[in-house]
Write a protein of this length. Structure first.
Length: 141
């Protein structure tokens, strides 16, 4: 299991770390984000999406679970916050998305332990201060 760690001191740095993480991604990749409210999951997702050629700015509408964008590959931004769990996600067709040929980034992925493919890259964002974050990336070799 390869692991890397980044320290961020601003939203801009978190977004730039998202761009670096994007280099690990290809067709079918899944990024499982962990970290509480306001950790910076959406901020990091914006950087990933930008690096993957999504021209639109990613947003986080309150009641939207899955937002699809077009980049060099289909790009899915999933927010599991309002889901009860894996069954809810499956009922929405979530498995087809994660096992399809796009790239998926999941906020609140802790809620979907059964749905995550084995090849999911786990990114944990810990709040270490007002504007500081520690970002840990774990990928299977
Ligand atoms: N180093 C940092 N990296 C990312 N965000 C930061 C940082 N420092 C401060 N912030 C602030 O923290 C907030 C992060 O918001 P963001 O929407 O990305 O979090 P989130 O993890 O997606 O939250 P939610 O669980 O509500 O979806 C923003 O207001 C941002 O300005
Ligand atoms: Mg968010």
């Amino acid at each position: 299991m390869a692991r890397s760690r980044f320290d961020s001191a601003s939203p801009e740095e978190t977004r730039a770390i998202g761009k670096r993480i994007a280099r690990l991604l290809r067709e079918g990749s899944v990024v499982a984000l962990r970290g509480g409210l306001g950790a910076g999951k959406t901020c990091l997702t914006k950087g990933i999406a930008e690096a993957l050629g999504v021209a639109e700015e990613i947003t986080s509408p309150t009641y939207t679970i899955v937002s699809e964008y077009q980049g060099t590959l289909p790009f899915y931004h999933i927010d599991a916050y309002r889901l009860r769990g894996d069954d809810d996600f499956s009922a929405l067709g979530g498995d087809e998305i994660l096992y399809g040929n796009g790239v998926s980034v999941i906020e609140w992925s802790e809620k979907l332990p059964q749905s995550l493919p084995d090849h999911a890259i786990i990114v944990e964002i810990a709040i270490t201060g007002g504007e500081t974050r520690r970002i840990t990336v774990r990928e299977r070799p």
